[in-house]
Design a binder for this molecule. Structure first.
Ligand code: MTE
Ligand code: MO
Length: 318
């Protein structure tokens, strides 16, 4: 099978030729050569150093056998509306966010409600690396080596009651450091949700790092969700609250545009967004000559998750 369990694959094997070339471009950019001017704002981020704090974290299952997107793109092309709607500005703006200490409030239909320090949660749940495809609803995609642990492991330890049918997640609300929260671009705080079986699925991760290092702030530090078969907006950043409940929770994008963003948001090339097709995706880090990639049902994770939706009309429950 296509599962590698140990982190022994050198970067040269999983990183394609074009990624290596673009990496070299980034190094020039950081050195302040003419390449920086040519390459534009996207290239002004820091060069990622190998051998980070999480370098020894073992690789877990389900790794995508695709070239990993260059760190510099993943870290400097981000959606984080609490800071800005400009993908290239959140790197700078998110620097002001305090991420330590951090705690997560657990409430609702669980036996073990309470406020948990992130450090304590991390002591109980060993980290692993998962190289996942990631598909934004805006029709671009990337492949990212996340570091985290299965959300299901945490939920089991919290002992959900028999009434726990959904999970809601809430992002930090801190308008003094999150300028986007002083505007009405979304209803704050950002909220997201999953059905309990989706939340318990072994692909669903709570993530604290990427590329062998703790998460950059603009990518959702210190704790975010990653649900690789759903559109990126489900993968909520800077989580401060997890609530188990009987009813389907509200979600930020669904409240903002219910006809465009459903609760399920499963990646599906056959269900177009009302304003654009979802059949193909632009691969982040490519050039204008890089062909678009065909978008796959459930973002390529059908084998693992299609059974969760057996008998459901995926056009109706989009
Ligand atoms: N709190 C919060 N979470 C969020 C967002 C956001 O604006 N705020 N954007 C979402 C969207 S649209 C996407 S595509 C992903 C982007 O993750 P990345 O910036 O790490 O690539 O984060 C999601 N999580
Ligand atoms: Mo997105």
């Amino acid at each position: 099978m296509l599962i590698k369990t140990e982190k022994t694959i050198p970067a040269s094997e999983i990183t394609g030729q074009s990624q290596f070339l673009s990496r070299r471009k980034f190094i020039w950019a950081a050195a302040g050569t003419a390449a920086a001017g040519l390459a534009g704002g996207l290239l002004s981020g820091p060069v990622h150093a190998a051998g980070g704090e999480y370098a020894d974290v073992p690789r877990g299952p389900y790794s995508a056998q695709l070239p990993v997107t260059d760190f510099d793109y993943v870290a400097n092309y981000t959606n984080y509306y609490e800071f800005t709607t400009n993908k290239e500005d959140s790197t700078r703006l998110a620097k002001a966010l305090p991420v330590s200490p951090w705690s997560v409030t657990v409430e609702g239909e669980v036996d073990k409600k309470g406020v948990f320090h992130l450090e304590d949660l991390l002591k109980q749940h060993p980290l692993q690396e998962r190289v996942y495809r990631f598909r934004c609803v805006e029709a671009w995609s990337m492949v990212v080596p996340w570091i985290g642990f299965p959300l299901g492991d945490l939920l089991k330890s919290l002992q959900p009651t028999s009434r726990a049918r959904y999970v809601q997640f809430t992002t930090l609300y801190k308008p003094d450091v999150m300028p986007g929260q002083r505007s009405s671009v979304l209803d704050w705080p950002y909220v997201e949700g999953l059905r309990i079986d989706e939340a318990m699925h072994p692909l669903t991760l709570l993530v604290t790092g990427m590329y062998d290092d703790p998460l950059p702030k603009q990518n959702g530090a210190p704790l975010r969700l990653i649900v690789p078969w759903k559109y990126g907006f489900k993968s909520i950043k800077a989580i401060v609250r997890i609530r188990l409940q009987e009813t389907m929770p509200k979600t930020a994008w669904n409240m903002s545009a219910p006809g465009e963003y459903g609760f399920y948001a499963n990646v599906n090339p056959l269900v177009p967004h009302p304003r654009w097709s979802q059949r193909t995706e632009r691969v982040l880090g490519g050039s204008i000559f890089t062909p678009k990639r065909k978008t796959e049902l459930f973002n390529g994770y059908s084998e693992q998750v299609a059974k969760l939706y057996a008998g459901m009309d995926l056009k109706k429950y989009f």
